[in-house]
Design a protein around this ligand. Structure first.
Ligand SMILES: NC(=O)c1ccc[n+]([C@@H]2O[C@H](COP(=O)([O-])OP(=O)(O)OC[C@H]3O[C@@H](n4cnc5c(N)ncnc54)[C@H](O)[C@@H]3O)[C@@H](O)[C@H]2O)c1
Length: 311
């Protein structure tokens, strides 16, 4: 299936991943409906594509508001979620209503879709039993965010069972790039380096799989287009592990800054690297932009923001 010419709905369209996904879908010739309740995302993210995008204000907790845009879409990318883990812990009812019931509401309207692509997370695996983590790893995540993603994944299987909805579940890893909220790890390291010239690092030993946003968006579209990916669950990431200390070294080299280990305890799982061989085999996709180049582009974005802040 080619995305060009299809009507495609992106839920969570105003978010960090939703906005560039809409942009790339339009560039590849799709008719795009961007759906969001704008609780986190901003319409300003669409400024440059507003002529090609049909913006739809709707809440995934309200099935009536979803009916019209979703039932006329041939492809649905379901991204709308409470993604912030702290908010999920402070208000699990909100997290479960949006991430679980919201997913059920979306799926209940997808009977006519050719493909529904779901943005799950590698957080579903919990503390890894082995590395790199493949899709057969047990789903041991127990915090409210991870549990909401695990439950939502099961809903896809249930709706496939009762209605035959063709889906692909994508267990996405830490993604970074221009437009990400400033409180996330990479933006906060960069902004500290830009403003202080020295970065305090809490957890230099933590091992992660960081992918640049453009690689992620390219993969999502390849997944939707791939017949072989229908009914599959795939990891998406760079497939490469790097410690937070090594990552900060690269950022510091590019900024001409330095960093110190402030030795605070890590509130997060210590190691996480995705095995992306299933995604490669099913779609032929390869990440194109290196970590270093992704960081260069991300630094340029936050440098411009910091300069605007100080004007
Ligand atoms: N960014 C990452 O590194 C990453 C990693 C793994 C998985 N994911 C998943 O990918 C998806 C997109 O992530 P993101 O980084 O763009 O998150 P984001 O928080 O930037 O975007 C989520 C969007 O959903 C919208 N939204 C929230 N509640 C809604 C509701 N009730 N109805 C309609 N819209 C609602 C928000 O306004 C926001 O625009 C999420 O499902 C997230 O869990 C992201």
């Amino acid at each position: 299936m080619k995305i060009a010419g299809k009507t495609v709905c992106v839920t969570g369209a105003a978010g960090f991943l939703g906005a560039p996904l809409c942009r790339e879908l339009i560039a590849r010739g799709a008719r795009v409906i961007g759906l969001d309740n704008f609780s986190v995302g901003h319409a300003a993210k669409f400024e440059d594509i507003k002529d090609g995008l049909e913006v739809y204000t709707a809440d995934v907790r309200d099935p009536d508001s979803l009916k019209e845009p979703i039932s006329r879409s041939q492809v649905v990318f379901h991204l709308a979620a409470i993604d912030n883990r702290k908010i999920c812990e402070q208000d699990p009812t909100l997290a479960f209503n949006v991430n679980i019931m919201g997913t059920s509401n979306v799926l209940s309207l997808c009977s006519g879709a050719e493909r529904v692509v779901y943005l799950s997370s590698t957080m579903v695996y919990g503390e890894p039993k082995y590395l790199p983590i493949d899709e057969k790893h047990p789903l041991d995540g127990y915090d409210p965010y991870a549990v909401s993603k695990i439950a939502a994944e099961h809903l896809f299987r249930a709706y496939h069972f009762i209605r035959g909805i063709p889906f692909t579940i994508v267990r996405n890893t830490n993604t970074f790039g221009p437009g990400q909220g400033r409180s996330y790890l990479i933006p906060s390291l960069i902004i500290e380096g830009l403003t202080r010239g020295q970065i305090d690092v809490w957890t230099p030993g933590v091992l992660r799989d960081f992918q640049y946003v453009d690689n992620c968006i390219d993969a999502l579209i390849r997944i939707a287009e791939s017949a072989a990916a229908a009914g599959e669950t795939v990891n998406l990431g760079s497939g490469l592990g790097i410690t937070v200390g090594e990552l900060t070294d690269i950022i510091c080299r590019q900024l001409g800054a330095s960093w110190v280990d402030v030795k605070k305890p890590a509130p997060v799982s210590s190691r996480l690297v995705s095995d992306i061989s299933r995604l490669r085999a099913l779609t032929g996709w390869e990440p194109k932009i290196s970590l270093e180049e992704g960081l260069r582009r991300t630094i340029a974005h936050y440098r411009a923001l910091v300069e605007t802040d100080t004007k």
